[in-house]
Design a protein. Structure first.
Length: 555
């Protein structure tokens, strides 16, 4: 609550903040701007917690990180023109990864809307058009009385599977004007997960019941729907092995006898999946990263459960079930007949994992595996981890044992560099008392150094591990492999420890040998901290299906 004592009339800005509180918002992220000052004045007079970031992009990533940690929305508040446009990369990641967000931007006064080109500061001919192909919905408010209904609708759309970001714009004069709209207290949003149609469940249950060797590929929709218990029960009832996509980490027990883990960039896993006579794909669009870069070629029937209608059968012919992952898994669990546990099934799963281990063992990658082991040993099972687009994260997609659902987060959906640390700010703001770790390369770290000030100002408990290899390490590796040389990948960078200390954030250099102890000490220290690990890492050699064209890894 602000200590401000100035007399103030209620304005459109107050109606926005009151609406957000009525919808259940507890925290918001953003950056103020001239057109949005009335909104921030109202925010300062409210009990809604505000975490101010240093750029609109990092504020968008922080709102994303908060939503992934909680499943709840932390509104994103920004100003017109450049401020609004700076959020687009973060909104794209949230859209592709089905993360619920509500972005609220100011707009120029209503007199300048409609393409009049009156020359207002930050004026764009049609600002909202920049967002229409990125977010789930866009709305432009014209009067304060519209604000509660518009925000409730945006909230509901954001939380309805497939979840995603929505965008609301409020002109400066609407935010500033005194209003007679009563105090907003009675406002709700009711997301409606889509239930599967009965005839589709019956057909899927028939296919699974008749299958000799069913296999399940669980995607991020399972994690978002909190369907891990239903997934485990169905897998055990069918005696079906389960592989999890990189977005579904923690949705199936890593060490379970039926767990294929997440080694999707491996031909042994790919062959196992495609040899299933029924492949049940739940909560995945079967995109590039989930299908070993398109090399997966199923020989049997495919059942695809997907809340996003546009992704249904987009890449593979399937029995398509347009529905929520949890509702569908619950329905299938009730409908399928139980199968006897088959020791040969568990032996086949174990053989795949041995083949993966043998492949990695032949590549001399003890350093990379050892670093991941050190991180895993130092972190409690419920710790939140946020991984930037860096070599260690690419390893983690396949190798990280996320022991608790919805604790490993990365921007593999769109590949946004600079995601890790600001998203972890959101996770730290959401989860008091739960350790939070961000992992970046030195290149990605340069995107958000300014938000060390955010972490310090708000005393957020998180540790930032920066793996310093002197440049864009993964791009260097790609270019060397593709062209025999790399260009534009070497970077001058600061002494990250001294930079952190200049913000009042404790930092230290660590080593491969001391990483585990140093990380444990940093996590036990209240507030933010930085560890810098100077080391060059290598990716494991990918193994695509031999019959498929080898595709490049994503940047």
């Amino acid at each position: 609550m602000s200590d401000a004592t100035h007399d103030r009339s209620r304005t459109g800005g107050d109606v926005v903040i009151e609406s957000l509180r009525a919808l259940g918002a507890e925290c918001c992220f953003g950056v103020p701007g001239q057109h949005a000052l009335a909104l921030f004045d109202a925010l300062g007079a409210s009990t809604l917690r505000y975490v101010g970031c240093r750029t609109e992009l990092t504020a968008a990533f922080a709102a994303d990180g908060y939503a992934r940690a909680t499943g709840a929305i932390a509104p994103l508040l920004v100003s017109t023109g450049p401020g609004a446009l700076m959020t687009l990369a973060g909104l794209q990641e949230a859209a592709v990864a089905s993360v619920p967000m509500v972005g609220i931007s100011s707009q120029i006064p209503r007199a300048g809307l409609g393409g009049r080109r009156r020359g207002f500061l930050h004026e764009l001919p049609n600002q909202v058009a920049s967002f229409r192909d990125v977010v789930k919905s866009t709305e432009l408010v014209q009067h304060a009385s519209q604000i509660p209904s518009v925000l409730a609708r945006a909230w509901e759309v954001a939380l309805t599977p497939p979840c995603g970001p929505t965008w609301v714009e409020v002109p400066q004069d609407v935010l500033l004007e005194p209003t007679g709209v009563p105090l907003v207290t009675d406002l709700s949003a009711e997301p409606r997960p889509r239930a599967p149609r009965a005839e589709l469940i019956a057909e899927a249950a028939r296919l699974l019941g008749d299958a000799r060797n069913p296999v399940i590929l669980a995607g991020g929709g399972v994690a978002r729907a909190q369907a891990e218990r239903a997934l485990l029960a169905l897998a055990e009832k069918l005696n079906a092995p389960v592989a999890t996509t990189f977005g579904a980490k923690g949705s199936f027990p890593w060490g379970h006898p039926l767990s294929l883990q997440s080694w999707l960039e491996d031909a042994h896993t790919t062959r196992f999946l495609e040899d299933a006579d029924v492949l049940l794909c739940v909560g995945t669009g079967l995109g590039e990263l989930s299908t070993n870069y398109g090399s997966l070629s199923p020989k049997g029937r495919v059942i695809q459960v997907e809340a996003d209608l546009g992704k249904l059968e987009a890449n593979y012919t399937a029995l398509g079930i347009h529905a929520d992952a949890k509702l569908t898994l619950d329905a299938l669990l009730a409908a399928v007949p139980a199968r006897e546990a088959e020791p040969l099934t568990e032996a086949a799963v174990a053989a795949v994992l041995r083949n993966v281990e043998d492949r990695l063992g032949s590549q001399g990658l003890d350093l990379e595996q050892g670093i991941l082991d050190s991180l895993r040993s130092a972190l409690p099972d419920d710790a939140l981890t946020y991984w930037d687009m860096t070599i260690l994260a690419y390893w983690a997609w396949s190798a990280w044992d996320a022991r608790t659902p919805r604790t490993m987060h990365s921007p593999q959906a769109s590949g946004c560099l600079g995601y890790g640390f600001p998203a972890a700010l959101g996770g730290a703001a959401a989860q008091k008392g739960v350790p939070v770790l961000a992992i970046s390369g030195d290149g990605g770290a340069m995107y958000s150094l300014g938000d060390l000030a955010t972490a310090r100002q708000h005393d957020l408990d998180l540790t930032w591990l920066i793996v310093d290899d002197g440049g864009y390490g993964i791009l260097r590796e790609y270019m060397d492999g593709a062209f025999g040389r790399s260009y534009g990948t070497e970077l001058h960078r600061p002494d990250f420890v001294r930079v952190a200390e200049s913000f009042g954030v404790p930092g230290r250099h660590t080593s491969v040998d001391s990483l585990g102890d140093d990380l444990a000490a940093a996590l036990a220290t209240p507030g933010p901290s930085v560890l810098v690990l100077p080391v060059s890492l290598r990716m494991f050699a990918p193994t695509h299906h031999p019959a498929a064209e080898v595709a490049a890894r994503p940047a």
